[in-house]
Structure formats: C-alpha cells, structure tokens
Design a binder for this molecule. Structure first.
Ligand code: CP
Length: 307
C-alpha cells in the first residue's frame, strides 16, 4: 500500500491532525492557489453525494487542478461487470490521485492496495469517512478554540453512521467525553465502545435525547438515520424520526454549544433551529473545502506555505 492514502482516520496521528488543521487555516485565508497545476484528480462516486464530491471538486478547482470522474457508477463499465480492481488500475493510468466513495466497507483500503497513487476515502459503506472527520475536527477547533476536554454528544444512527465512527477515533487524541444517544436498534457498535475503553475515553450511552444531555454538551453532533443501510425498510420506518432537535430544547444549553451535522438532514433538526447562532452545520460544510484542500496536498506531498 502506498503511504499517502487516507483510507481511515486511524492513518492520521494527533500531530497529523493538528498539522492539517494549520494547513486548512492557511487555505481558509487564501483558498485560490496554483498548487495542483498539472495534476489530474479523479472523483469516483459509487454512492450519491452532494457535499463531499462538490467540496472536493471545489478544493481541486481552487488549487488549479483538473478533475475526471463520475458521480453515477451506472454510467461506467462497472455496470457491465468491471471489477473495482480493474477500475482503479485504469483510473490510475490517467490520474495522480483518486477520491472514492463506495458502498462496500473496506473498498478504499482494497483500492489503496492495488494502486500506487494515493486513494482518499470519501466514505466506504458504514465504515469510515475520514475527510468528513477532518472538517468536523476543524469545525470543532474553530468554534471552541480548542480540541481538548470537550463534552461531545452524538445523536441518531450510531450503528451505521460512518461519520460518527471516524469522529470517535479522530477526537480520541483530545481527551473527550462522549455521550452516545441512540435507540437500541442503532446503538454504537461494540467495536467503538471497545476502542474507547482501550484508549481511556469516557463515554455514556443514552436512549433518551434529553435536555439534560444537551445542556452539558459543548458539541451536539446530530446524524440522520441511514436509510440506505437497512435491509428491512420496516425497521427503518420504526426509527426514522426517533429524535428531533427543536429550538426550544436549546434554551438552557451552554453558550459555547455548537450544533454540527454531517448532512444531509432529513427530520432530525427542525427548521426553527437554523436561525439559532448555535447552529453551525452550514458553515461546517463550507469548512470541508479547506480541510479537503489540506488533505489533497498532504496526499500528494505538496508543501503549503503559510499565508
Ligand atoms: N456529509 C456527507 O458525506 O455529505 P454527502 O453525502 O452529501 O457527500
């Protein structure tokens, strides 16, 4: 495997994360630079996306790179039965970097093992979404002025939510206390509880989404129930509206509280929250451009000069 791929947030040390935050800050100050001139980046999206694909493509465009790829695998030869391995090897003939979203857990790891060009995982099934985590951590840093010792409440589909899985690992370097709010059917997987336990990370599990837990939070990370991961849609119907954040639930929340959501939202944040200054999910998505510029340059070994 090449060493510059980003397939899991585990690939980044604490120092890597802090360094990339510094680089993202540089790009936020000045996002338009010619650092990718002469480079071709491929965006291969085997699953739907709005933010991840468009923010990666914005990041590349603003850095002067060129983009090839697809947003609908049905238009590609994978619909004729071409294997992922062959697709990756073909695209490696054309591009310097591959950004890939795939419905299979482990697809990005596999891709990174069959090519020498860097692979950036833009989400693999219910497994990981490491570039989302970098923008989430950047957003937490910007809004809190620190990363250490935060109370982070994660709400919704903790079973299938890949952004949650990556966030737990990414924030584990910073001594968080997690509150996992989920119905029984969508509880955080044992794997991530074990991860917390072996890394000395405090966590509490809740089935009730109460004001009590909101009021002790610095970060409230809402997630949607991941309809596409259910094999039985009757089960989805039972839990799809399990928690809804409404503005009146925030009356006694901390002044520094910020509400994050990887988006898209369905019903889990009511529209009346949008005008609350604690709502940060739209700016959070904007931060994705800068975080992804940092990730791309890191993967390609491009030095970013401050300024
Ligand atoms: N947060 C996120 O992955 O959004 P998209 O599915 O729109 O890319």
């Amino acid at each position: 495997m090449n060493t510059k791929s980003l397939v899991s947030i585990v690939d980044f040390s604490k120092d890597d994360i802090l360094r990339l935050i510094g680089t993202a800050e540089c790009f936020e100050r000045n996002p338009n630079r010619g650092l990718l001139e002469g480079k071709v980046c491929a965006t291969l999206f085997f699953e739907p996306s709005t933010r991840t694909r468009l923010s990666f493509e914005t990041a590349i465009n603003r850095l002067g790179g060129r983009i090839i790829g697809f947003s609908d695998a049905a238009t590609t030869s994978s619909s004729k039965g071409e294997t992922l391995k062959d697709t990756i090897m073909m695209v490696s003939n054309y591009a310097d970097l591959i950004i890939m979203r795939h419905y299979l857990e482990g697809a990005a790891r596999y891709a990174s093992e069959v090519t020498d060009i860097p692979i950036i995982n833009a989400g693999d099934g219910a497994n990981q979404h490491p570039s989302q985590t970098m923008l989430d951590i950047y957003s937490i840093y910007k809004t809190q002025g620190r990363l250490d010792n935060l109370q982070i409440t994660v709400v919704g589909d903790l079973k299938y939510g890949r952004t949650v899985h990556s966030l737990i690992v990414g924030m584990s370097h910073f001594n968080p206390t997690f509150h996992f709010v989920a119905p029984e059917e969508l509880k955080i997987p044992e794997l991530y509880k074990h991860f917390c336990e072996t890394n000395g990370i405090r966590y509490h599990e809740h089935t009730e989404f109460s004001e009590e837990v909101i009021n002790l939070s610095d970060i409230l990370y809402m997630t949607r129930v991941q309809r596409e991961r259910f094999t039985d849609l009757i089960e989805y119907e039972k839990v799809k509206n399990v928690y809804v954040l409404r503005n009146n639930m925030l009356s006694h929340s901390k002044d520094n509280l910020k509400i994050l959501h990887p988006l898209p939202r369905i019903n889990e944040i009511a529209n009346d929250v949008d005008n609350n200054p604690k709502a940060y999910y739209i700016e959070q998505a904007r931060n994705g451009v800068f975080a992804r510029q940092a990730i791309i340059c890191d993967a390609l070994g491009i030095e970013v000069v401050s300024g």
